[in-house]
Design a protein around this ligand. Structure first.
Ligand SMILES: C[S@@+](CC[C@H](N)C(=O)[O-])C[C@H]1O[C@@H](n2cnc3c(N)ncnc32)[C@H](O)[C@@H]1O
Length: 206
């Protein structure tokens, strides 16, 4: 996957920063899970997982396929003094290097657009979920107000930003995700689409 790690991290730090605590609160409100093991899939610099770790007792695993992203994330774990509860793990969502049933909460923001075989990725995520475990996987900017602010700032940096974002949104249709989840054999899920973005909630029965 093509991603400029340094450039993406700069934007996450300088522009996207306010969205992560808001999305972390939304994840807790949607899942009610605030302890156990949490996997942040395609974590990038780890901002969402770190925001969630700061307001819960979750043991966080920041997971990404790129070592450079995880090197940055490791620095941010250290800066926030969260080494005892937040670890990094390198790997591909299509073959998650964790045992069956080992994750209580799987979160992911802005990564699924890049997954080559989403049905296989959903199958893997479902496999690692513990009984009673849930997911909150999708993309968005927290709420309309934050989206507007980010849009304004991003258009100053990159006039093409909105076109690229719309392309991702068009590719990100609830009906397509529903088909991929069904293809993966997952029955208990819902897809929420509102001003917070599009989020897939999977439940693994207890
Ligand atoms: C747009 S960034 C989002 C980063 C972070 N979640 C955020 O919201 O700031 C997408 C991330 O997904 C990761 N990624 C893409 N495909 C992946 C895969 N197959 N397995 C694991 N990580 C992947 C990329 O390396 C990148 O860090």
């Amino acid at each position: 996957m093509e991603i400029n790690v340094v450039e993406f991290d700069k934007i996450a730090r300088e522009v996207f920063a306010p969205i992560y605590p808001v999305i972390a609160e939304q994840i807790i409100a949607r899942t009610g899970i605030n302890k156990g093991c949490c996997l942040d899939i395609g974590c990038g610099g780890g901002y969402l997982g770190l925001a969630l770790a700061q307001i819960t007792e979750l043991e966080m695993v920041l997971f990404d396929e790129l070592a450079e992203m995880l090197d940055l994330a490791q620095g941010y774990i250290h800066d926030r003094g969260l080494e005892s509860r937040v670890k990094t793990l390198q790997g591909d969502v299509h073959a998650i290097p964790l045992p069956d049933g080992s994750v209580n909460l799987a979160i992911s923001r802005g990564s699924l657009f890049f997954w080559e075989d989403q049905a296989q990725a959903f199958r893997e995520i479902h496999r690692v979920l513990a009984p009673g475990g849930m997911t909150c996987i999708g993309g968005g900017f927290g709420n309309q107000e934050l989206l507007k602010k980010i849009e304004k700032e991003m258009l100053l940096r990159d006039p093409d930003w909105n076109r690229q974002r719309r392309q991702r949104v068009v590719k990100s249709r609830a009906a397509d995700y529903r088909a991929k989840l069904e293809q993966a054999g997952i029955k208990d899920f819902e897809i929420k689409q509102d001003e917070s973005g599009l989020w897939i909630i999977i439940r693994r029965s207890a």
